[in-house]
Design a protein around this ligand. Structure first.
Ligand code: G
Ligand code: G
Ligand code: MN
Ligand code: NA
Length: 253
């Protein structure tokens, strides 16, 4: 309960921070970043989302936290460098936030208020989020697509019925879960699963982001089978404060 009480305070007190982790194409060019929230706790220091997101999800806090993240991510995205260099931002959505009746209208208002280009925004959702009310999820995804916002299925392959969803959901991207990526070059079972996911994604015209790429062998395995894959992982960069990410990006090489 202490975490919940302090987190409620933290959102209003400006203790949340956005960290960004690069996404890069096979030529090493940065295509954008995933937004990962952190909590700059006055006493405990920088707290990882694995600690406070689950707490927030057990209350309505996850909605206000999600609104904070989305508003600040859009404000960041409105900076000219994103438009000039066609860089995208991906934001994680919690199930509760997405299920809010007014979610699409709220996002539209945030986009208008910040001036962010919706075509540079990707929203990451998990399979669990679409299971409960499939028709509502599809309707919202269509409304978001009409705004130009892309939808991405996160942690792909770890849930149930993943492949069936690809046929029925109006999404533009999948993120292959890092558990498959890690073992793909060395474990034949994982290698075949990754090949299957890539093949299905190609058929449906989906962009594929590989999560948790840590070694050159993993990157090579993926590139040889999907030359248009996007990498995300420690091999290409760790999550870092948004200001630092932007500075590095705009510095001459
Ligand atoms: O950043 P880290 O590697 O510790 O992320 C841990 C988990 O927290 C990931 O599953 C990620 O999806 C989740 N997460 C990070 N930022 C956000 C956010 O802004 N909103 C939600 N709902 N989840 C997030
Ligand atoms: O939203 P999602 O659950 O996919 O969150 C991404 C998580 O993966 C974050 O917690 C991030 O810190 C973590 N991550 C990013 N790159 C790597 C990596 O190369 N290896 C591992 N083990 N974790 C990573
Ligand atoms: Mn994610
Ligand atoms: Na993920």
């Amino acid at each position: 309960f202490r975490v919940e009480r302090e987190l409620r305070h933290a959102i209003g007190a400006g203790e949340l921070r956005l960290h960004l982790q690069s996404q890069v194409d096979v030529s090493g060019q940065v295509t954008g970043a995933e937004v990962l929230v952190r909590w700059q706790h006055p006493r405990d220091g920088l707290v990882a989302p694995g600690v406070f997101i689950p707490v927030a999800e057990e209350s309505d806090l996850i909605v206000s936290l999600g609104e904070w993240v989305l508003a600040h991510a859009c404000a960041l995205l409105a900076q000219p460098v994103f438009r000039e260099r066609r860089l995208r931002l991906s934001v994680n959505l919690s199930a509760r936030q997405f299920r809010q009746a007014g979610f699409v209208g709220q996002l539209r208002a945030v986009l208008a208020a910040t001036g962010a280009d919706p075509r540079l925004l990707t929203l990451e959702v998990t399979e669990g989020l679409v299971i409960d009310d499939f028709d509502d999820a599809v309707a919202k995804m269509r409304a978001l697509a009409a705004l130009g916002v892309d939808m991405s299925l996160d942690d792909f392959g770890t849930g149930y019925s993943s492949l069936a969803y690809l046929k029925r959901l109006p999404i533009q991207e999948i993120k292959i879960d890092r558990s498959f990526v890690h073992e793909a070059p060395t474990n034949a079972d994982d290698g075949v699963l990754v090949e299957g996911i890539l093949s299905v994604a190609r058929h449906f015209g989906l962009r594929v982001v590989a999560e948790g790429v840590e070694t050159q062998a993993q990157a090579d395995f993926l590139r040889q089978r999907a030359p248009d894959i996007v990498y995300q992982g420690y091999l290409f960069g760790r999550p870092e404060p948004d200001v630092q990410w932007l500075e590095r990006l705009t510095q001459p090489a």
